[in-house]
Design a protein around this ligand. Structure first.
Ligand code: BES
Ligand code: ZN
Ligand code: ZN
Length: 504
């Protein structure tokens, strides 16, 4: 979808659909709307008066203008209460609008930018949220549909209408950022949506090769024999029963100064998590095709960073495995020697994410990173603790944690911190090895992160547990049912904030 920014008026803009956001419990449509409503013979005021459009979050009303103005249709979309306006409300309203426009025959529309002139709301951030929302709301995964009906065409273009020429360039900057986060999320959603018989470890490598076609991006891949040479016991141990050999992807983006330390992302990329010998129950097991979302988010983030030419050095590390049972599988009680040299007793083969990430984190240390962020669908305990609206955040550095809290709030993918106290290590002790890979009852998200911490070098580090938000049971304004590609936007927003200090 292409977005343009134009200065103009509501009554003088030809378009298929004119999208106008409205607040809840505003008695009128606001001053700016009055000339428009005069042309429409007071229809909008009547909708308000009759309570047919109340402006509740994501409420929509569509009317045909029948030649009264150059716009063919008007779509009113609710923003909720004026005082409760957030960027995410705007993002959701636009996701809702995109879905509603798509139900008409129109494939292009014009939207008014809401919230300008409000304190704490900047035109570039507003535009970013709008574009992001439309792209996310328009997303559907139809790669395996053979019926024409479900192949409904995506939207072609959107115009953002501003009344003041002085903000056009600022709005354009926001549009570019919204396109980057929205498109990256759709790319990551596609990766996690493809079934595991297609999205095998070698296919993930193919996808990384495509990303490496972007400017200043370089790819290297460690195959199992190279991993053996290095001693990556975690990745090899998890992947050893699969027909699809594990891979270790290293994707580098050199947009920053030569010699500047890289930001390193490590993404859990389990193309299918059956649980291994500690087999998962069959109910919902199909969802484990999305156990690679950490890796999807990292690939998409690197692609976005390259497309935005961010002046940063970034390295993405993806340990890629399929976790399967079989004659060669790692068994409960087996001991693995990890890349760092530490030993782990595998008491549950379903706690595989931490084993592959441990090698990823140990590898990151060799890259002399500025900081390391790992992202993983790591624990069911994350969902128990946080439900479906917050990503788990743990780490060893307050500044980096604060940066992720800020990026979470701004991107609409909010994070919530959990403690990472060393006392919890008691639960990870093993009788035969340096540690075991499960922490027993209680604090499952914490013990998993504390396990990872044993492999973290002397660098600022945060861990994002996205198991809570990885899968949506229903369609929402900006989230489609199924894999959500959660985390992609918070990673990109973190990079954007690193480059441009966010507005206060
Ligand atoms: N991939 C799962 C975690 C998960 C569960 C993600 C549900 C998304 C939805 C992970 O590998 C896993 O199986 N973790 C176990 C760890 C346990 C055995 C200590 C879990 O959380 O049950
Ligand atoms: Zn598992
Ligand atoms: Zn897993």
């Amino acid at each position: 979808m292409k977005t343009t920014v134009k200065q103009g008026t509501l009554t003088g803009t030809p378009t298929e659909v004119l999208v106008i956001p409205g607040y809840e419990s505003d008695s009128s449509m606001g001053k700016a709307i009055q000339p428009l409503d005069r042309n429409l013979g007071g229809q909008l005021a009547e909708l308000r008066k009759n309570g047919e459009f109340q402006g509740k979050p994501n409420q929509t009303v569509l009317i045909h203008t029948r030649g009264a103005i150059p716009a063919k249709r008007i779509l009113l979309v609710g923003l909720g209460k004026r005082d409760d306006l957030t960027l995410d409300r705007i993002r959701q309203a636009m996701g809702t609008a995109a879905k509603r426009v798509r139900q008409t025959e129109a494939r292009s529309f014009t939207a008014v930018i809401p919230g300008v002139n409000r304190s704490g709301m900047w035109p570039d951030d507003l535009a970013q949220a709008m574009v992001d929302g439309v792209i996310l709301g328009d997303y559907r995964f139809t790669a395996y549909r053979t019926d024409a009906a479900s192949k409904c065409k995506p939207l072609n273009s959107m115009t953002i209408l501003v009344d003041n020429a002085s903000i056009v360039n600022t709005v354009k900057r926001g549009v570019q950022r919204g396109e980057a986060t929205g498109e990256a999320t759709c790319f990551a959603r596609d990766l996690s949506n493809h079934p595991a018989n297609v999205m095998t470890p070698s296919r993930v490598v193919e996808e990384a090769k495509k990303v490496a076609k972007e400017k200043k991006v370089k790819l290297s891949v460690l195959n199992p024999s190279k991993m053996k040479q290095l001693g990556m016991g975690g990745v090899l141990g998890v992947g050893q029963a699969s027909q699809h050999p594990p891979q270790f992807i290293i994707l580098e983006y050199h947009g920053g100064k030569k010699g500047e330390k890289p930001i390193v992302f490590v993404g859990k990329t389990v193309t299918f998590d059956s649980g291994g010998i500690s087999l998962k129950p069959s109910e919902n097991m199909e969802r484990m095709k999305a156990d690679m979302t950490g890796g999807s988010a990292v690939l998409a983030t690197l692609r976005a960073a390259a497309r935005l030419s961010l002046p940063l050095n970034i390295i993405g590390l993806l340990p890629v495995v399929e976790n399967m049972p079989g004659g060669k599988a790692t068994k409960p009680g087996d001991v693995l020697t990890m890349l760092s040299g530490k030993t782990v007793e595998v008491q549950n083969t379903d706690a595989e994410g931490r084993l592959i990430l441990a090698d990823g984190l140990a590898y990151a240390d060799r890259l002399k990173p500025a900081c390391v962020i790992d992202i993983a669908t790591l624990t069911g305990a994350c969902t128990v603790a946080l439900g479906q609206f917050a990503i788990g955040l743990l780490g060893n550095d307050d500044k980096l944690k604060d940066q992720f809290k800020a990026a979470g709030d701004r991107s609409g993918e909010r994070v919530w911190e959990m403690p990472l106290w060393d006392e919890y290590f008691e639960q990870l002790k093993s009788d035969v090895a340096d540690m075991r890979n499960i922490g027993g009852r209680g604090g499952g998200m914490i013990t998993a992160a504390l396990f990872l911490k044993q492999f973290v070098g002397k660098f600022p580090w945060v861990h994002l547990d996205i198991a809570s938000t990885d899968w949506s049971a229903s369609d929402r304004p900006c989230i489609s049912k199924g894999p959500t590609a959660t985390g992609t936007r918070v990673l990109i927003q973190y990079l954007l904030n690193t480059v441009n200090k966010p507005h206060k």
